[in-house]
Design a protein around this ligand. Structure first.
Ligand SMILES: [Zn+2]
Length: 269
């Protein structure tokens, strides 16, 4: 099992969210820099709050690993105990920003040399909702960290990140379902007519690809039932060897006419 799947596999919802941000060039670049010992000393990652812990762990595992893999037999990898590591300190928790006392503990913790790894990491959660005195207390560490220290800020809203911290950090925004990766299916009669005309000559594979952004769209707006129906439709098209015309008909039936196709499949086949 790769470290991604072992670190990130916790629940279904998170797994669904991963596809968009884990595939993004920004994320791949972050991990690449972490693996090559070229990671910035102060880095802010903007991503859905649900994913803060997952994203942090994935980066820190690579950062602390002696070989830059994040999942091997090295001393640093062997020192993990769940989400804890001797060279890792957390400030706050997902959705709970660190208090000024938490920040002081972080500063103290970062003053010690690494225990098993060659570096130490401070993960600061909800950096966009920290109280001003707490955020200010971290300025000096963010500006002049010891050479072995990395500070990783997790936040959901870049606009709320204190400018003084932002100016000291390399900020990376990762895509997520909430940032709008989905596309709405056609809604009106006219939109459907245009869609059918445009796709009348599409191959079945192409039609299947069109369904994915529609599924994302339904997930984004919380219409999980619709998303699940679309996903079943997608699987059905993938597994049955249907003609292009049948696939087009099926999509229109299911979406435009709103037919609950679990019930109609029996009639169709
Ligand atoms: Zn390792």
């Amino acid at each position: 099992m790769s470290f991604f799947s072992s670190v990130l596999k916790t629940d279904e919802n998170t797994e669904q969210n991963c596809a968009s941000w884990m595939d993004s060039p920004a994320w791949k670049r972050l991990l690449f820099l972490a693996s090559k010992r070229a990671f910035p000393h102060s880095c802010a990652v903007v991503i859905n709050e649900d994913l803060h812990m997952h994203a942090a762990l994935a980066i820190v595992r690579v950062l602390l690993c002696e070989n830059g893999s994040g999942d091997d037999e090295c001393r640093a990898c062997a020192a993990w105990s769940g989400e804890r590591h001797p060279d890792l300190a957390y400030g706050g928790a997902p959705s709970k920003p660190p208090s000024i006392d938490d920040c002081r503990e972080i500063i103290d913790a970062m003053a010690y040399r690494p225990v098993v790894s060659s570096r130490r990491v401070a993960v600061i959660f909800s950096a966009d909702t920290m109280m001003l005195p707490a955020a200010n207390s971290l300025l000096k560490l963010a500006e002049e960290p010891p050479e072995y220290v990395h500070m990783l800020f997790l936040l959901s809203d870049e606009k709320l990140f204190l400018p003084t911290l932002r100016s000291r950090s390399w900020t990376v925004s990762l895509p997520s379902p909430r940032s709008g990766t989905g596309i709405a299916p056609p809604q009106t009669e006219e939109e459907w007519i245009r869609w059918i005309e445009k796709n009348a000559k599409s191959e079945v594979d192409e039609l299947v690809l069109l369904l994915a952004p529609w599924i994302s769209y339904e997930v984004e707006r919380g219409a999980y039932d619709k998303a699940a129906s679309l996903e079943r439709l997608r699987l059905l098209i993938l597994t049955k060897r249907l003609s292009r015309t049948m696939v087009l008909d099926l999509i229109v039936l299911a979406l435009k006419e709103g037919i609950v196709f679990e019930h109609s499949f029996g009639d169709l086949w």
